[in-house]
Each structure stands twice: as structure tokens, then as C-alpha cells.
Design a protein around this ligand. Structure first.
Ligand SMILES: [Zn+2]
Length: 306
């Protein structure tokens, strides 16, 4: 009997180890949107680490876990994009009531078909929760409505270019939560915490200059497991563009961008493709709530139209 167990035990242990390996075989990435104009309330020194690194994927030693970081900081090449981006006409703020500017912005958005894809996608539906704690008073009451609208804008393919939608993928708001987004963003680094099976959108005071940061965890087969979005409370946010706007940011515009990451879209250059939702920076006061031709082409490529 003892000899029998001696033969079975190593096999059972090997099977258990294989199971655990499978369970933790998820990878994660982090994406953040930066303000275009350098309107950070309290500018921070540039990070010591090389800020110009692109998408970085590393294996966590001792596990089968992959971690991918896509972070952009002021001080490197990205900063020059931010600075020059502010002076270009590609994605400038649309003055309230200015129809000509709105038409020009729409035309630019519909002409540009640039996009970049990540290596993951959502299968079927992404269900998510919302943590309202720390939401700024200015947007607190309407924040959830705006976040829902932003997720829906992406999967429905909302656009002003007469492009078809919705896409063959959905989103579903579940409930409020007390969980915090598993996002760690400081002035020096940006990373993701542990995948916990829940997708959480919430507010965080982060010393990072990012407006918002998205962590997406996915299996090696490229299927999203969950995505967390942290919105930085160091910035001023609006849900309705104030008539006199100088340094606050549109919650819905930034969230459409962050959902874009969760659903498998990557950045395009803000100087060349500033009209697109997936441009990596957004100017203060700008409203970019609908998909550009490039954003739409990316979603269509990944999911197809219903
Ligand atoms: Zn981004």
C-alpha cells in the first residue's frame, strides 16, 4: 500500500503543479493616458528610469506569469509629443458652440484610419464594477453614468463618420464594489497588482502624471481575464465641458480611451493621429467621445460588426 502511494504521489503532485501553472498563466499590461498640455497640477521630476521604453513584456521569475508594461512619462520622446501636440491643430479643444471647429474635428477624425492592436481581446463580454470612493465632488454624481456611456461608446462603435456598429462584443456594468483597481502608478514607475478576477474602475490619487492607467490581464491565448482602470484624482475632471475651460479633463473621453486598451487597442501618435481616441495624450478641455475611423477599424478588425 505504501509503495502504491509512493508511485501515485509524485504523479498527483505533478498534476497539481501543472494545474497551478495553468491558473496563474495570465499576463498583464498597463496603459495610461497622459494629458497633452502638461497641465499637471504639481509637475514631478522625470523618472530616473529610461522613459522611452516601449511595450515591455517580462516573465516573472519562478512563475509562468507574464507582465507587460506600457508606460509613458514626461521627459522623454513622449514629452516632445505632448509639447508639440499641444500646438498642432490635429486634436485641439473644440470651443463650445463653434460648429465650424466641430465639423473640422469630425472630418479629421473620419479621415484618419490609423490604429495599433495589442495582443489580447475580450471574448464575448467584459463585466465590470465601479468603486465610487475618492471620486471628486465635481463629477461624483454623474461619474458612473459617464463611465457606462464610455464603455458603451466603444462596443457600440459610436462615431460621426457613418460607420457601422455595434461590434460583436459587449460590456456589462455589474455593481459598485469596495475593491480598489490593482494599479500602482507613481512618479517613478507604473505597474499592475495581482489579477483578482474582477474588473474594477475607480479613483486613485497617483503621483504619476498619467490621467488614468489601465491594467489588462490576459491568458497566453490572448483572452482578457480582467481589466482595472484607475482615474487620477490629481487632475480636475468634468462631465459637461465648462464654458470657461482651461485645465480640466473630460472623464468620458479619457474613459473611452482606457476601455480601448481593455478591449485590445494600442496607442497611436498624438501628433499624427490626434483626432483618434487612441492617441496617447489628450489636451485639457478636449472632448473626443466618439470613435475615429482608425479606432473603428481596429475594433472592427478584432471583433467584426454585428
Ligand atoms: Zn492609453
Amino acid at each position: 500500500m505504501r509503495g502504491h502511494i509512493g508511485r501515485i504521489l509524485p504523479v498527483a503532485l505533478a498534476l497539481f503543479a501543472a494545474f497551478i501553472t495553468l491558473m496563474v498563466s495570465v499576463a498583464s499590461t498597463v496603459d495610461e493616458a497622459l494629458p497633452r498640455t502638461g497641465a499637471a497640477p504639481a509637475p514631478e521630476p522625470a523618472p530616473a528610469a529610461d522613459p522611452d521604453h516601449g511595450d515591455e513584456t517580462v516573465a516573472v521569475p519562478g512563475t509562468d506569469l507574464m507582465v507587460s508594461v506600457d508606460a509613458v512619462y514626461p521627459g522623454g520622446r513622449t514629452a516632445s509629443w505632448i509639447e508639440s501636440g499641444a500646438s498642432t491643430r490635429e486634436r485641439t479643444a473644440i470651443p463650445a458652440g463653434s460648429r465650424a471647429s466641430a465639423a473640422t474635428a469630425a472630418a479629421a477624425q473620419c479621415r484618419d484610419r490609423a490604429y495599433a492592436l495589442a495582443t489580447w481581446r475580450v471574448k464575448g463580454r467584459l463585466s465590470w464594477t465601479y468603486n465610487p470612493s475618492a471620486a471628486p465632488a465635481a463629477v461624483g454624481r454623474s461619474a458612473l453614468t459617464e463611465i457606462k456611456a464610455s464603455a458603451q461608446a466603444l462596443v457600440a462603435g459610436q462615431n460621426v463618420c457613418r460607420l457601422p456598429g455595434p461590434f460583436k462584443v459587449t460590456q456589462a456594468y455589474q455593481s459598485t464594489t469596495k475593491r480598489a483597481p490593482a494599479v500602482v502608478a507613481t512618479s517613478r514607475s507604473t505597474s499592475c497588482g495581482k489579477e483578482d478576477g474582477a474588473s474594477v474602475v475607480g479613483w486613485k490619487r497617483m503621483s504619476s502624471t498619467a490621467l488614468a492607467v489601465t491594467c489588462t490581464w490576459w491568458t497566453r491565448a490572448g483572452q482578457v481575464v480582467s481589466a482595472d482602470i484607475a482615474i487620477n484624482t490629481r487632475y480636475a475632471w468634468f462631465t459637461k465641458r465648462p464654458s470657461r475651460c482651461s485645465s480640466s479633463f473630460d472623464l468620458r473621453s479619457v474613459l473611452v480611451h482606457e476601455w480601448g486598451h481593455a478591449y485590445g487597442l494600442n496607442h497611436v501618435s498624438p501628433t499624427r493621429h490626434g483626432s483618434q481616441v487612441m492617441a496617447s495624450t489628450i489636451p485639457a478641455c478636449a472632448v473626443v467621445r466618439t470613435l475615429g475611423a482608425g479606432d473603428h477599424a481596429a475594433m472592427r478588425k478584432l471583433y467584426g460588426v454585428r
